[in-house]
Design a protein around this ligand. Structure first.
Ligand code: FAD
Length: 441
């Protein structure tokens, strides 16, 4: 493990691209199954956790849950690991099985070989030949800012991927667009730092942080929801608003408004310094409430069915009254008049597989695969949203997907190594040759 080795002309069975949690999990399973492999990482192990997110980020799930099966965090199991500790965890994990990871090497291009098996890989350190390539380059590669973003040099604009802390922003109010886990956590941090914050809230799920003494991660697990194979129809673009910040609290938008945050609906357009919002705030909150209450109902039914001794929690069903920004929604806002000097786009990410020049993508450029096994034999994807289930992008989910891919690779080895009777005999004869000669003489 390290950056001191050069790649040059290397031949390897399986090349794994990326050493985030996905690449580390992949390497563990390949190691266990004895598959010769190499992991190339352009930065450091788990770089996204170490430097790719804001300073105060902690894991969204508790330490007992958001981990691989074979190593626990050195932390209270119900606490939420700070991002640095998550990064250290993966470094330590890779060390436990001496993962063959080379850091500081970028994979620039992968092409299928012509007239012979395998792929030729161009890296920043030389060429590699591999029979198989696993793209473990992450679900969140390219920050996406929608085209409605204003072309206004007076407004400081950044994606949530570039946000680090409140001190980074100029004086003045801020509009945070997007209220998934990133948007809502950043908005709350900015509000607590004393800024006037406008938060643009779209469709979201909003599970309780915990209910009847069990974290929502536990509930989604026992209710089988992490294992859902596809988003419910119509919910493909619904984000999930959760937070482990300050010990972990339920995201309650009305409560944030009571504390001074101004909620607005989906951001529609910017024209001449004026931003407009959809009149959908109340509806988006109501749908979020529905999702919240549905989980409480499912949890109650589960407790009843299994006769679990977990304390009742009727206060979880109490709803704060709608604040003025919900009953009288702002549909139009003059940015200068509102004192808005920054916009943070917490609007998600896209993948970028421009380096992977193989036949594993559909007409829209989306990876074509079944549980990570792509339509181009020998190419695999790992860590993508819904790769096999809802948990696929998460720490605990990617581990299982990696196992499936490693098993598939071993099965392919079995086909590759098969010899028919004639071949076996010929190979047997040639292998027996020295023995016969020696035996005769
Ligand atoms: C703000 C935020 C909070 C999250 N919180 C949680 C959480 O609490 N719990 C949880 O389970 N999940 C969480 N996730 C989701 C997920 O766990 C992380 O996104 C995680 O980083 C994904 O791991 P990965 O290995 O799939 O991808 P990444 O961590 O992005 O790793 C991919 C690696 O590939 C490398 N790479 C890319 N291209 C190349 C190339 N061409 N050559 C060489 N290397 C390359 C990158 O440098 C990177 O290190 C969170 C995500 C975000 C954005």
């Amino acid at each position: 493990m390290g950056s001191d080795m050069t790649v040059e002309h290397l031949q390897i069975d399986t090349l794994v691209v990326g050493a985030g949690q996905a690449g580390v999990a992949m390497s563990e399973h390949l190691s266990k199954l004895g598959v010769e492999h190499l992991v190339l990482e352009r930065n450091r192990i788990a770089e996204a956790w170490r430097t790719g997110r804001w300073d105060s980020l902690v894991a969204n799930g508790p330490a007992w849950h958001d981990r691989f099966p074979n190593l626990e965090f050195d932390l209270d199991p119900d606490a939420f690991a700070p991002k640095e500790q998550v990064a250290d965890y993966f470094v330590e994990y890779a060390r436990t099985f001496n993962a063959p990871i080379r850091t500081g090497v970028e994979v620039k291009q992968v092409v299928r070989n012509n007239g012979r098996p395998g792929f030729t890989i161009e890296t920043s350190e030389g060429m590699i030949e591999a029979n198989r390539v696993v793209a473990a380059t992450g679900p969140f590669q390219r920050p996406v800012i929608p085209p409605i973003a204003p072309n206004d040099s007076n407004i400081h604009q950044l994606h949530s991927a570039a946000y680090r802390n409140p001190q980074q922003l100029p004086e003045g109010a801020v509009l945070v667009v997007g209220a998934g886990s990133s948007g809502v956590q950043i908005a709350e941090e900015l509000m607590r730092s004393g800024k006037q914050v406008y938060l643009s809230v779209g469709a979201h799920d909003r599970p309780p942080r915990s209910y009847r003494n069990r974290d929502f991660c536990w509930w989604l697990g026992v209710l089988g929801q992490w294992d859902a194979e596809a988003a419910q129809p119509g919910k493909e673009h619904v984000t999930i608003a959760v937070s482990g910040a300050r010990g972990g609290q339920t995201i309650d938008f009305r409560n944030l408004a009571n504390q001074g945050m101004t909620l607005v609906g989906l951001t529609k357009a910017f024209n001449n310094g004026v931003v407009t919002f959809q009149p959908d705030l109340a509806e988006n909150l109501a749908r979020g409430d529905e999702n919240y209450l549905a989980l409480l109902d499912a949890a109650d039914a589960y407790i009843e069915r299994n006769q679990l001794d977990l304390p009742e929690e009727p206060e979880a069903r109490k709803k704060h009254p709608d604040p003025a920004c919900v009953t009288h929604p702002i549909l139009e806002l003059d940015l200068a008049a509102a004192g808005i000097t920054s916009i943070i786009w917490a609007t998600g990410y896209a993948v970028d597989f421009s380096w992977l020049k193989v036949d594993a993508f559909d007409a829209q450029g989306k990876p074509r695969h079944q549980r990570g096994v792509s339509s181009e034999p020998g190419i695999y994807f790992l860590g993508l949203p819904w790769l096999s289930r809802r948990g696929s992008t998460f720490i605990w989910g990617v581990w299982h997907d990696a196992k499936h891919i490693a098993d598939h690779i071993v099965t392919q080895h079995k086909y590759r190594d098969y010899r028919d009777a004639t071949q076996r005999q010929a190979e047997g004869d040639s292998q027996a040759q020295p023995f016969r000669i020696m035996g005769v003489s």
